[in-house]
Design a protein around this ligand. Structure first.
Ligand SMILES: Nc1ncnc2c1ncn2[C@@H]1O[C@H](COP(=O)(O)OP(=O)(O)OP(=O)(O)O)[C@@H](O)[C@H]1O
Length: 241
């Protein structure tokens, strides 16, 4: 993927994306033919009931999982036509992930957790700058067990953005946090979207998060029920939970 991306195209386009788990009586249709376009540079929130297929879609867009059928494009690249090696390059160069439970290495400091990524990335942020962007430059030498849940999540975000990903996928990033801490984490994600021009896709059960999105995708039973474009976007710190 060394050619520059064709940024005149949407970040993602899917056509009839389907995902089936299992077979026979235990078959699950997790995605039932999802067709969507996500413009680059937006902050998108994906809402929907438990089991509606949100994480499945996120994992497929992020190259962690493959659809059973359908097509998926990242700008001008067809992810559904890539072999494992090219998908690995896609993930390495373009994708950052943030999960509900931080997934930090407990035996490494905040800075060392970020360095795990910067050491293998092409054009990374300085680890100190990544931590400063999430407001944790003063805690760089602390271990995860010495940090609050919100601080650990901010380290996870610093680690994810340190390789300057084109897209940042966040699966329930505030799911384990109280509302005040959750708002602080959402503020960081909004800053990443605005300052680094990273496309950010957030899967959440916290419906109020929709107020900070450019685009809200409502998911139900493995497909899109509605896409709402917000004419005005709230600041994360003003969101009411
Ligand atoms: N590896 C798997 N094997 C079998 N079924 C799976 C697998 N992963 C997900 N599913 C099923 O696919 C459907 C969609 O799951 P998914 O995790 O995408 O939903 P979700 O909307 O993210 O739910 P939640 O909000 O609870 O995280 C569910 O019925 C789930 O049980």
């Amino acid at each position: 993927m060394s050619r520059p991306l064709d940024k005149s195209l949407p970040a993602f386009r899917t056509r009839s994306l389907a995902k089936v788990y299992g077979e026979g009586p235990s078959v699950v249709h997790a995605l039932r033919g999802v067709t969507l376009e996500l413009p680059a540079g937006e902050l998108v929130v994906l809402l929907g009931a438990s089991g509606s297929g949100k994480s499945t879609l996120l994992n497929i867009l992020g190259g962690l999982d493959a659809p059973s059928s359908g097509q998926l494009f990242f700008f001008d690249r067809e992810l559904t036509a890539m072999d494992e090696q090219r998908l690995t390059r896609y993930r390495r160069h373009h994708v950052g992930f943030v999960f509900q439970f931080y997934n930090l290495m407990p035996s490494l400091t905040a800075r060392e957790n970020v360095e795990l990524v910067t050491e293998i990335a092409d054009n990374p942020l300085d680890p100190g700058e990544a931590l400063a962007r999430v407001g944790l430059d003063q805690r760089a030498n602390h271990f995860p067990s010495e940090l609050s849940g919100g601080e650990q999540q901010r380290v996870a975000i610093a680690r994810a953005i340190a390789k300057r990903p084109t897209v940042l996928f966040c699966d329930e990033p505030t799911g384990a946090l109280d509302s005040t801490t959750g708002r602080a984490v959402l503020r960081v994600l909004q800053d990443v979207n605005q300052d680094l021009e990273t496309t950010v896709l957030i899967v959440t059960h916290a419906a109020a998060t929709a107020a900070m999105a450019h685009r809200v995708i409502h998911f139900a039973d493995g497909d899109i029920r509605e896409v709402v474009r917000n004419s005005a976007v709230s600041n994360a710190e003003d969101i009411e939970w």
